[in-house]
Design a protein around this ligand. Sequence first.
Ligand code: DX5
Ligand code: ZN
Length: 226
Amino acid sequence: MSTDRVKVAPSLLSADFGRLREEVRRIEEAGADWLHLDIMDGRFVPAITMGPLVLKALRPHSALAFDVHLMVEEPEKQLESFAAAGADMITLHVEATAHLDGALRRIREMGLKAGAALNPATPPCFLDHVWPLLDLVLVMSVNPGAGGQAFIPEMLPKIETIAARIRSVGRPVELSVDGGIGAGTAPQVIAAGATALVAGSAIFHGREGLELIQAFKTMGGPRRKV
Ligand code: DX5
Ligand code: ZN
């Protein structure tokens, strides 16, 4: 039985935006797997965060995989610019596009990993016809738009359902969980089948700080590879 540790994707949203380059270096040195970049457009969610220029500026300073979470309307219009800026994985919300199939295909054509994100109230069946195009599913365990919110426990059975579906796909698809992840909730989402954890406020503002990255990796011990 092959085993693997959960991947950890610190969310830059909770970092000090006045010293992003230094924050990325700290994340990398602490053993993170991916750098999670939350892109908000002021329409899909009220907040506006950063665009491809920020990725492009950080790209030469980090070897981390750039895990881009597009919380934008019509994300299909933004794929090329984020790919050119250095994204390794692009995840878009199924609620934000009428062109999910086409957008996922485009991401893969560009040689990137393609992901689909589900808001808390969005059922897993939205993915029914795109499984061959998915490298990652992002389950939102808070409503998107801000860091520091409380984990929604009703997402645990949804994570279990999606994990079971992924096992039947027959190839690796990451199951990432985003929102309210900390020392208390991480073991629950890992037990439910998460293969990657996104965390912002717990890593940047929590008691354990960046040591939480290694702590997450030891939680649950070696687990079955999906
Ligand atoms: C929320 C973002 C998250 C956010 C998570 O819309 O998608 O990535 O940074 O923050 P925490 O870990 O603080 O819930
Ligand atoms: Zn996110």
